[in-house]
Write a protein that binds this ligand. Structure first.
Ligand SMILES: Cc1ncc(C[n+]2csc(CCOP(=O)(O)OP(=O)(O)O)c2C)c(N)n1
Ligand SMILES: CC(=O)[C@@H](O)[C@H](O)COP(=O)(O)O
Ligand SMILES: [Mg+2]
Length: 629
């Protein structure tokens, strides 16, 4: 079938099971071909082909609401709702978003990117539906990984109690990004192996209710029988105890099983959970056989061999440098433990895990728990290193304030993916942490200019015993800096002058340092000398250097790959105001709006992090200064 001709999913109603099977093959081929050049979340999508087609066949989007949790598995939904032709632009600048997007289609009713939000949103929609006396179905589609997120459990608690008509599609592939973890994962495993018990239970109940002569009594007996079987065969029966009708396990690749259960659920009153078993990466051998992450998220690759296309000789990834330094430190100090909320692979902690299996804690998608767990560890004299993406630390903000900083505990934060991340777009940009951390008392916040300084910062954090300390580093590869053999602590709050100059000063840190240096070089050729300062401690700042600069009355430009509102530049403005200086300060950084997906270079251009813009700002300030003088 020509997928480019699909305008909406209504055609599915007429398709036979054989036609659905053919269409599934076309969809898989389309995904494998398109993503081989764009990259994207291939594994998860290959696993939900049948599930998504079946949902669109039985239900009626957008009247019925599909909420894709995390949303990385919504590609088939996008194809079925008329967006196949945009797939060559997937996750590129101004192209198709990799997650559901309300302004892309009326079929995208809930935007995601971060996990475990779909059940709460579904509950909100269900309450509104009932108050408005509407009758549509609401179907959150949530993975076994996302189900471990605290929010999902909070929502189950509410939905089960209120008995709302919500049909939860639980897509259980036994994988988070890496193998799923936790007791809930274990419970799902037991439900999976309980086989078709539930079907037998429902069939029995259905049969008994239809015997007219003995009707009620027999049905009551059946109910008792069902309850005792429930405890006997499926210990806990977690979902039913919470007030859900549980259907499953359903073979998520078998249309007979899928359609039968979806149609059954459609007629069931109250909250329903359909436990679907799927295989991540299904239908593409390299993904199926990958034991690590089933091709969760990939860059471009060769279709035939599955070989990933990578630029040769790239410097090591930032995450690798940081976690490898931590591993080195962990050999010397037994108190060091690493904590990750489901990101062992992304944060490159596999080697740490292999060497110190008892000192690495993958807690699942549980950023709040991970943060407070680290606080708990620190109270007992341990040195926890919480490796966490900047964007996901947003989930643990109260825990940072209430549990870590307030008690001034020695928790180390490795804030990964700090700055613009590119293809994942606005849900994942790591641009808020500077603003939301610098206002919290007791925290030290730093960012290295290169991976050599990065390793020294890990060392600094390990040897810092005066409270929480956070080290932020970007997505992708390092700068290729040569690495010093001996690790040394960097004095807390110290900045360094990278380039001397007397016409204007640039205060910057991390990724934007190279921009400042190249701009300074260009301006020097034109006779303007810029002082470039590596403001590697965002908090505390180097106040002695700031006093010197402000006394010199040089124009100051702050540059940061983080939000301007409340960011590093704001702290420089505050310093000026607190000390009654008159310095002229300009701030460059991320403006007050959400930044969509695209290559980081393109996004820097969009927000004015370019040499041209910086040169213009410097010229405007220095020329005006000369005129004023
Ligand atoms: C709050 C939050 N933490 C971490 C992530 C990173 N993340 C994206 S997908 C994923 C695994 C999700 O597993 P599951 O829900 O089972 O979906 P699957 O990929 O297996 O289909 C994780 C940890 C995220 N998106 N949001
Ligand atoms: C959907 C999601 O949240 C993750 O899969 C994320 O896309 C991973 O990002 P990295 O590729 O930066 O690890
Ligand atoms: Mg999963």
């Amino acid at each position: 079938m020509d997928l480019y001709k699909i305008k909406d999913p209504s055609f599915l109603k007429e398709l036979s099971i054989d036609q659905l099977k053919d269409l599934s093959m076309d969809v898989r081929k389309f995904l494998i071909e398109n993503l081989s050049s764009t990259g994207g979340h291939l594994g998860a999508n290959l696993g939900v082909v049948e599930l998504t087609l079946a949902l669109h066949k039985v239900y009626e989007s957008p009247k019925d609401r599909f909420l894709f949790d995390v949303g990385h598995q919504s590609y088939i939904h996008k194809i079925l709702t008329g967006r196949a032709e945009k797939f060559d632009t997937l996750r590129t600048y101004q192209g198709l978003c990799g997650f559901p997007k309300r302004n892309e289609s009326e079929h995208d009713v809930w935007e995601t990117g971060h996990s475990s939000t779909s059940l709460s949103a579904a509950m909100g929609m269900a309450i509104a539906r009932d108050l408005n006396e509407e009758t549509h179905s609401i179907l959150p589609i949530i993975g076994d990984g996302a189900l471990t997120g605290g929010m999902a459990l909070e929502a189950l608690n509410h939905i089960g109690d209120e008995k709302k008509n919500i049909t939860v599609i639980l897509n259980d592939n036994e994988m988070s990004i890496a193998k799923n973890v936790g007791a809930l994962h274990g419970a799902l495993g037991r439900m999976r192996s309980a086989g078709k018990y539930n079907r037998a239970k429902d069939d029995l109940e259905w049969l008994l209710k239809r015997i007219p002569a003995v009707g009620g009594k027999l049905a009551q007996a059946a109910e008792r029988l069902k309850d005792s079987m429930k405890y006997f065969v499926v210990p806990g029966m977690f979902f039913e105890e919470l007030g859900f009708t549980y259907y499953g396990p359903v073979d998520g690749h078998d249309y007979n099983d899928l359609l039968e259960n979806l149609n059954y659920a459609k007629k069931t009153e109250g909250p329903v959970i359909i436990h679907m078993i799927t295989q991540k990466g299904k239908g593409y051998q390299p993904a199926e056989s990958d034991q690590k992450d089933k091709w969760h998220g990939v860059g471009p690759y060769k279709i035939e061999s599955g070989e990933k296309i990578k630029s040769a000789d790239a410097p090591p990834a930032w995450s690798e440098v940081i976690s490898e330094t931590l591993r080195e430190e962990a050999r010397k100090d037994k108190r060091i433990v690493a904590v990750t909320p489901a990101m062992v692979l992304g944060s490159k902690l596999e080697k740490f895990q292999a060497e110190f299996p008892d000192r690495l804690f993958d807690v699942g998608i549980a950023e709040q728990h991970a943060t407070t767990l680290s606080a708990g560890l620190a109270t007992q004299g341990m040195k926890p290193f919480l490796a966490i993406y900047s964007t996901f630390l947003q989930r643990g903000y109260d825990q940072v304030i209430h549990d870590v900083a307030r008690q001034n505990l020695n928790v180390m934060f490795g804030i990964d993916r700090a700055g613009l991340v590119g293809a994942d777009g606005e849900t994942h940009q790591g641009v808020f942490d500077v603003a939301f951390l610098r206002s919290v008392p007791n925290i030290v916040l730093m960012m290295p200019k290169d991976e050599n300084e990065g390793q020294h910062m890990v060392h600094t954090a390990v040897h810092y015993n005066d409270g929480p300390i956070a080290l932020r580093y970007p997505r992708g590869n390092g700068t290729g800096a040569s690495m010093e053999e001996t690790l040394k602590p960097i004095p807390i709050g110290s900045w360094e002058v990278l380039e001397e100059g007397n016409d204007a000063v640039i205060l910057t840190f991390g990724t934007t340092i190279s921009l400042a240096l190249s701009t300074a070089e260009r301006l020097r050729k034109e006779g303007t000398s810029l002082r470039v300062v590596n403001a590697r401690f965002i908090k505390p700042m180097d106040e002695s250097m700031l006093h010197t600069i402000m006394k010199e009355k040089l124009p100051i430009i702050t540059v940061e790959e983080a939000v301007l509102k409340g960011g590093f530049g704001s702290s420089v403005l505050e310093f000026k105001e607190e000390h009654n200086y008159t310095s002229w300060i300009k701030r460059l950084g991320v403006p007050d709006r959400f930044i969509e997906h695209g290559s980081v270079d393109k996004l820097w251009e969009e927000i004015g992090l370019t040499e041209e813009n910086l040169i213009n700002q410097v010229k405007a300030m220095t020329i005006t200064k000369q005129r004023r003088a």
